[in-house]
Design a protein around this ligand. Structure first.
Ligand code: XMP
Length: 501
């Protein structure tokens, strides 16, 4: 095989993950000795090198919580109002393992039929009742199946049937304390309220029973889950960044398809001037020249990729972009000199691609389509030709940009400098992806694949992998089209692609 310099600097071609294949090293350790801990910014280290993309069909609080529990980092999208985005960040920061932060609530004026509908659609039959029917409002009671099982008139108001003197947990409360209350009271659900008696969470006995530990969870010094959130490059998004930081966000990700702009440089400097301790990931970049602009501006991490995402049409529409393996290698090599970690964003279809991104200098990957279609992704499942799917759309798709306009926030249009455009041109598409179950099952499977790759290459850690890359120890080939076909499944009439067991 060849070292990376030879592969990426001796021809005029841009290569992507499938073009490259890594050479094996020597194995003298077990797979459990592989440690994928990595820095996603200068100051933030996580144990699973995966970030979920700030897209409105990928990352809201549910996704960010599960990804952080599994050791990665979720980036909350900004195709919403500042208040909505801040609320999502708060949910992640307030999350305690086992605490349901956004339970279904109803108001005293709602009827038993409303509970029936929740039960039919989502399977829950215990619903806390708050003054205005929302979380965050004063708790006035709870309705469980025992309150309504035998009532024939389903139009009765909940105020007539609810249990008013319910057992309650008071914030701050640990999972163990809540568990004890549930055990002793023999109740199925425990509402948690704050000092103003406002509902902040719900705990379910069933959940407690199936609760697991998350030893690799990404946490801050206060043991709260880590979360990142995106802003556009608009000057007014300095206010958005401020609100997110005040809500406790750990990393600001400036979301732009072309990172080398005066707008982004100004915004980084402005945020850094007010909040020097908050890490900023700038981007997106695909050349060392672009990277220099953002590193000089003071960013603590870089996001690499332009047009390589599964829903992207930027390369077709604008004729600008770069094949992802080349982009990752060239940018990461430059950024390393300044100690700035790089995230390879877009085009990740499997664990092999993650392995290659890390082997070419990335400190982590960002995924959209890989996590779209999971339980945690925003949106409801529906059926398409008998297959259970969810919508996945590019943030440059007309659908996403229209939502941005409706929300009057310009979140996703800002990514493409399209807010003031008279004619709006899509740089992405909207489509459907199949149901993939939970990211809590998917991530361990994908990560195990990466660990096998690390072991095959003879590397225990990401640092070791990167040292091998830059010392020339890591070797690779470029594969011809025929070699790529050979490397996939071939010559079978049919086969079943099982993802994991
Ligand atoms: P994957 O391949 O993981 O890519 O689905 C996700 C990444 O794609 C970028 N992105 C877009 N790029 N048009 C683009 O050119 C779009 O509409 C679009 N939406 C998202 C983004 O970097 C994301 O993380």
């Amino acid at each position: 095989g060849w070292d990376a310099e030879k592969v990426f600097n001796s021809s005029v071609f841009g290569f992507t993950y499938d073009d490259v294949i890594m050479m094996p090293g020597h194995i003298d350790f077990g797979i459990d000795e592989v440690d994928l801990s990595t820095n996603v910014t200068k100051n933030i280290m996580i144990k699973t090198p995966i970030l979920s993309s700030p897209m409105d069909t990928v990352t809201e609080s549910n996704m960010a919580i599960s990804v952080a529990l599994m050791g990665g980092l979720g980036v909350i999208h900004n195709n919403n109002t500042v208040e909505e985005q801040v609320a999502e960040v708060r949910k992640v920061k307030r999350f305690e393992n086992g605490f349901i932060m956004d339970p279904f609530c109803l108001a005293p004026d709602s009827t038993i039929t409303d509970i029936d509908k929740i039960k039919e659609k989502f399977g829950y039959s215990s619903v806390p009742i708050t003054e205005n029917g929302q979380i965050g409002s004063k708790l006035v009671g709870i309705v469980t199946s025992r309150d309504i099982d035998f009532i024939k008139d389903r139009s009765l108001k909940l105020s007539q049937v609810m249990t008013r003197d319910c057992i309650i947990g008071y914030e701050p409360i640990t999972l163990n304390e809540a568990n004890k209350i549930l055990r002793e009271s023999k109740k199925g659900k425990l509402p948690i309220v704050n000092e103003d008696h406002e509902l902040v969470a719900l705990i379910s006995r069933n959940d407690l029973k199936k609760n697991r530990d998350y030893p690799t969870a990404s946490k801050d010094a206060n043991k709260q889950l880590l979360v990142a959130a995106a802003t556009s490059t608009k000057p007014k998004d300095a206010e958005r960044a401020k609100a997110l930081i005040e809500a406790g966000v750990d990393v600001i990700v400036i979301d732009s398809s072309q990172g080398s702009s005066t707008f982004q440089v100004d915004l980084i400097k402005r945020i850094k001037a007010d909040f020097p301790d908050v890490d900023i990931i700038g981007g997106n970049v695909i050349t060392a020249r672009q990277a220099k602009v953002l590193i000089d501006a003071g960013c603590d991490g870089l996001r690499i990729g332009m047009g390589s995402g599964s829903i992207c049409t930027t390369q077709e529409v604008c004729a600008v972009g770069r094949a992802q393996a080349t982009a990752v290698y060239q940018v990461a090599k430059y950024a390393r000199e300044y100690g700035v970690p790089c995230i390879a964003d877009g085009g990740i279809q499997n664990s092999g691609h993650i392995m290659k991104a890390l082997a070419l200098g990335a400190s982590g990957v960002m995924v959209g389509s890989l996590f779209a279609g999971t339980e945690e992704a925003p949106g409801n499942y529906y059926f398409q030709n008998g297959v259970r799917v969810k919508t996945y759309r590019g943030m440059g798709s007309l659908e996403a940009m229209e939502k941005a306009q409706g929300a009057m926030t310009h979140g996703s249009q800002g990514r493409y400098f399209a807010e003031d455009a008279k004619v709006r041109v899509a740089q992405g598409v909207s489509g459907a992806v199949v149901d993939k179950g939970s990211v809590k099952t998917l991530i361990p499977y994908v990560i195990q694949g990466v660990k096998h790759g690390m072991q095959d290459m003879g590397n225990h850690t990401v640092t070791e992998l990167h040292n091998g890359l830059y010392s020339g120890h890591t070797r690779m080939d470029i594969r011809s089209g025929a070699a790529q076909r050979e490397g996939g499944v071939h010559d079978l009439l049919s086969y079943e692609k099982r993802l994991f067991s």
